[in-house]
Design a protein around this ligand. Structure first.
Ligand code: PMP
Length: 326
C-alpha cells in the first residue's frame, strides 16, 4: 500500500489510496464523504480497474506478455487501461462512441494507445461489438470487457471498499455511487455488506437511464447529458446485482449541472457531472437517514467522485445549462 510519502518506481504504484473528503451540504448529523478518484495517475476511478484487471489477466495467463488489450470504452477506462498497459509492456486499442469527450481520446493516444470511433447512434453496444471483431482479427489479443468482467467489481472490492471502510473505522451507514458498468458500486457494496449486512446501497443514474428496470420499474428511456453513468440497454450491464441495491436514484441533468458548479464554487471540487449526480443523490440519502426514512447502521454516507471537470471543459460543463453539450 502506498503512503505517497516515499519515492516510487512507477505511476502504477500511485493507483488508489485516494482521499475521502466531506460534502458540506449534507446534514451535520449524517455527514457525506466523497472518495476523490481524480487523485489517481490517469485522473479517474478507472485507473483502479486498468491496473487490477491487466495484472490479474497476466498472472492467470488470459493475456500473454507483449499482447494487445482491446476495450470498448467511454474514455476513462481507456485511460486507466492505457496507463497500465504501457507500464506492463502491452499494446492497447480502444473503441469509443463518437459522442464521448475528445480530451479523453487525446489522452489515450498520448499514452500510446490506438483509438477507433464508432457511431454515436450505435451506443456502447456498437463499440462492444467492434472490439470483439477486432480481437478476432489479431493474435494474442483480449477484450477485458469492463461491462461483464468480474475483475472490474473485484478491483473495487479489493481496494476502494476497504480503503473507505478503514478511513471511517468501519462506521459506514450507506454507500451511494453512480453506475456505468456498476463495477465501482458493486465492489464497494459487496465489501461493505459483508461487514454490515444492512449497509444501505444506492445506485445513481441520470433521468432517462434504465437501471431501475433491474428493480422492476418501467422507466422511459431518454437522452441525458451526464457522462459516464447510466444505461439504455440493461442487457449490457452484466455486473449490476439488484439484490445488492436498495434503491436506484435518478438525478436530472439540471440538478447535476447546478451541483457541478456549486461543488467548484463552494467546496473547491473540480469534478464532473457523474460526481455531481452522486453528490446530489448521496446528500438526499443522508437527509433520509437523518429523517428516519432510511434505517442505516451508522449515520454516515460515502460516495465516489469518479473524475475531474477538466476532462469536459470543451463540452461547456461550466457554461450555462443550455450551452453544456453533455
Ligand atoms: N463516472 C465516470 C466519469 C465514468 O467514466 C464512469 C465509468 N463509465 C463512471 C462514473 C461509473 O463507474 P462504473 O463503470 O464503475 O459504474
Amino acid at each position: 500500500m502506498t503512503t505517497h510519502e516515499e519515492p516510487l518506481d512507477s505511476v502504477l504504484e500511485t493507483v488508489g489510496e485516494t482521499p475521502l473528503v466531506r460534502v458540506h451540504t449534507a446534514p451535520d448529523e449524517v455527514p457525506v464523504y466523497a472518495k476523490l478518484e481524480s487523485f489517481n495517475p490517469g485522473a479517474s476511478v478507472k485507473d483502479r480497474i486498468g491496473k487490477y484487471m491487466l495484472e490479474r489477466m497476466l498472472e492467470d495467463g488470459q493475456l500473454d506478455p507483449g499482447g494487445t488489450v482491446i476495450e470498448p470504452t467511454a474514455g476513462n477506462t481507456g485511460i486507466g487501461l492505457a496507463v497500465a498497459a504501457g507500464q506492463l509492456g502491452l499494446d492497447a486499442i480502444f473503441v469509443v462512441p463518437e459522442r464521448f469527450s475528445l480530451e479523453k481520446q487525446q489522452l489515450m493516444r498520448a499514452l500510446g494507445a490506438e483509438v477507433i470511433n464508432t457511431p454515436t447512434e450505435d451506443d456502447m453496444g456498437g463499440a462492444i461489438q467492434r472490439a470483439h471483431e477486432l480481437a478476432e482479427e489479431l493474435d494474442n489479443a483480449v477484450v477485458p470487457q469492463q461491462f461483464e468482467n468480474p475483475l472490474n467489481t473485484e478491483a473495487h472490492y479489493a481496494t476502494t471498499g476497504p480503503e473507505i471502510y478503514d478511513a471511517l473505522d468501519g462506521e459506514v451507514g450507506a454507500v451511494v455511487a453512480g453506475c456505468g458498468t456498476a463495477g465501482t458500486l458493486m465492489g464497494i457494496a459487496k465489501y461493505h455488506r459483508e461487514q454490515h449486512p444492512d449497509t444501505y446501497v444506492g445506485a445513481v443514474e441520470p433521468e432517462g437511464s434504465l437501471y431501475s428496470e433491474f428493480k422492476g420499474d418501467h422507466p422511459e428511456a431518454d437522452a441525458y447529458k451526464i457522462e459516464g453513468i447510466g444505461t439504455h440497454d440493461i442487457e449490457t450491464n452484466q455486473l449490476f446485482e439488484p439484490d445488492l441495491v436498495d434503491d436506484v436514484i435518478q438525478v436530472s441533468d439540471r440538478a447535476a449541472h447546478e451541483e457541478v458548479q456549486r461543488l467548484a464554487a463552494e467546496e473547491g471540487h473540480l469534478v464532473a457531472s457523474s460526481a455531481a449526480a452522486a453528490s446530489v443523490a448521496a446528500v438526499g440519502v443522508a437527509e433520509r437517514i437523518a429523517s428516519g426514512e432510511i434505517d442505516a447502521p451508522y449515520d454516515s454516507v460515502v460516495t465516489v467522485f469518479p473524475d475531474s471537470s477538466e476532462r469536459y471543459l470543451s463540452k461547456g460543463l461550466y457554461r450555462s445549462y443550455e450551452e453544456w453539450e453533455g
